[in-house]
Design a protein around this ligand. Structure first.
Ligand SMILES: C[S@@+](CC[C@H](N)C(=O)[O-])C[C@H]1O[C@@H](n2cnc3c(N)ncnc32)[C@H](O)[C@@H]1O
Length: 296
């Protein structure tokens, strides 16, 4: 038997030495994951100085060792939470980032106080995080939703299908920059161009030459990171063009982008008569990370 406080302290120390930003929080996540208890229950176990079984302690040590080599925490636990929704996470599919929650928050604010069903499109859906979070939040606000979520990667599509299974979401495998390809994946969409209330996207946008600085991000697939051209703008620009095709007049568009693209993307939308109310939106660190606009 090993004391829970000693185990936690050892994991914290190991993660701290490995340069992990939040060793205390991550140690608690690893230990509560292995023990299959909530963090609240772990707090109680700590206060009581409880012991844990040898096999659990060994499993915790194994996960801590892997984390110290910078395997993403979410790959070790197989899960993450995005805007209050529990999601399955798998190697080979982009791990949803907390920064992207502002995209959900801003979209919800835009529709605050409204009524009626919302038809939504999530381009480059990855794990389905944005589609699931928006559907979940609108449901909590008593608004029905019908969503299509698109990704080009079959592994992402499979995962997004799982993560959005409780909501009214069709996940399609298609190139999100190609409207014809989207319609080919679901012919019922053929007569729905110009009828959507919401188009959201967190597309790949990193310029080709920009190295990934976080060791964990090296585990994200390249197709999820790099924006399809040396400046990283190709996919985001095509996504904006596709969004304009699907949105109804007055429909809301929001897209995450590289902070170096903020002025260029906002200028392009400002100059385009298809868009009104173009705004650059910051994330919680003050980084210019999103553009939002309303279809004219
Ligand atoms: C940055 S990840 C974002 C995933 C998810 N929206 C999120 O915020 O967690 C970008 C996603 O776009 C997908 N993708 C890249 N190019 C695409 C394209 N042309 N059409 C559809 N999906 C694409 C990748 O497979 C990846 O899942």
């Amino acid at each position: 038997m090993a004391n829970v406080n000693d185990v936690l302290a050892a994991v914290q120390h190991q993660l701290h030495r490995a340069g992990i930003d939040s060793p205390t929080a991550e140690a608690a996540i690893i230990v509560s994951h292995v023990l299959e208890v909530t963090r609240g229950k772990l707090g109680v176990m700590r206060a009581l100085g409880e012991d844990i079984a040898e096999d659990s302690a060994a499993r915790i040590e194994q996960l801590a060792r892997a984390r110290a080599t910078r395997v993403p925490l979410q790959h070790l636990t197989g899960e993450t939470t995005f805007y209050g929704v529990d999601l399955k996470v798998e190697p080979g599919v982009f791990i949803p980032r907390v920064e992207t929650e502002i995209l959900v928050e801003t979209t919800l604010q835009h529709f605050e106080g409204g009524t009626g069903q919302l038809k939504m499109l999530d381009l480059c859906t990855g794990s389905g995080a944005i589609a699931a979070a928006l559907a979940d939040q609108f449901t909590q606000r008593a608004r029905a939703t019908r969503t299509w979520a698109i990704d080009v990667d079959p592994d992402a599509v499979k995962l997004a299908q799982h993560n959005t299974r409780h909501y009214n979401v069709s996940v399609l495998c298609a190139d999100a920059t190609d409207t014809e390809a989207i319609v080919a994946a679901d012919p019922t969409l053929a007569d729905q161009l110009g009828s959507f209330d919401v188009v959201v996207s967190n597309p790949p946008y990193i310029p080709t030459a920009t190295p990934v600085t976080q060791p964990e991000a090296e585990q994200d697939p390249h197709v999820a990171l790099y924006g399809g051209s040396p400046d990283g703008l190709a996919v985001p620009q095509q996504i904006a063009a596709v969004a304009a095709e699907w949105l109804a007049p007055g429909g809301f568009f929001m897209m995450e982008h590289d902070h170096t693209h903020a002025a260029e993307i906002a200028d392009a939308l400002h100059k385009n008569p298809l868009w009104h109310q173009v705004e650059t939106v910051q994330d919680l660190t003050g980084t210019q990370r999103f553009v939002s606009a309303v279809r004219a």
